[in-house]
Design a protein around this ligand. Sequence first.
Ligand code: PGA
Length: 309
Amino acid sequence: MDNPRFHTRQTTFRQLETFLEVAERLNVTEAARALHLAQPSVSTQIAKLEKALGMKLFEQLGKRLYLTDAGSEVQSGAQEIFDALNRLEMSLAKLNGLTVGRLRLGAVTTAKYLVPRLLGPFCSQYPQVEVQLNIANRSEVIRRLENNRDDLYVFSQPPKNLDLVSIPLAENPLVVIAPAGHRFTGKRISWEQIAAEPFLSREPGSGTRLAIEQHFAQFGWSLKPQMTIESNEAIKESVAAALGIAILSRHTLIHTAPGNLVELDVVGFPIPNRWYLVSWRTKNPSPVAQAFATFVDDKGELAVPELPQ
Ligand code: PGA
């Protein structure tokens, strides 16, 4: 066997890019779709990379694909390589007085009510910036953070055990919602008065659910969801269809047709909550990420959406 080395021409950026997509999704079909490639060509690229490195990067157990230890190493190394290239490209552009390049943002689902309001003015100020917004629940965004997938992240509850920098953004209060015409509409009630109603909750791993659980723990209340639904919009629809009550970000109510849902006035609510723009303390930010963080720090408050009354 010849002496395969990472930095020889045997390993191409294309292979590493393909590898990162597969490593992120642990699914060749989904990676092929994301890359607009045929599945066999993705498999070929991975096979060539494994051959060049002389190591298996994935293993298949049953139907699932797993990264090997070597695969995990290559994943973080490849990510660093692409980050460095991205930074280099942006720094060169900056020499020409331009802020260009890609801004990758990972955001929890509720942040989709806030982030576009930040991106609107930011993109008009920096029209050459291309934005990639990845929206998922909290545990998925933490996974992206741990894998260094994005430049910056928006969380309501940044993980406490990691060395992060957080810029506070707008408030994101959590409120009790019920179908329009609910018998407690317009009354001040206690949680105990509605605790017996069917409760619709986000899934484990959701930041909204975590905030509710932490709040309930303080009061000795327990959360017994009748239905678990992985989408704020689907919960709103289900509440409007009188399947139960729920606790959601008040911002999710902004685009609700009037007359479908009501916010109940419950003692102990809203649950105080706030979004944060988060990055690794030790990560060398790209010029575009730096420009966005500065922009948000200076102007973020202006972008706060009007909450429904
Ligand atoms: P979630 O997070 O999408 O995981 O519920 C939302 C939030 O923490 O605001």
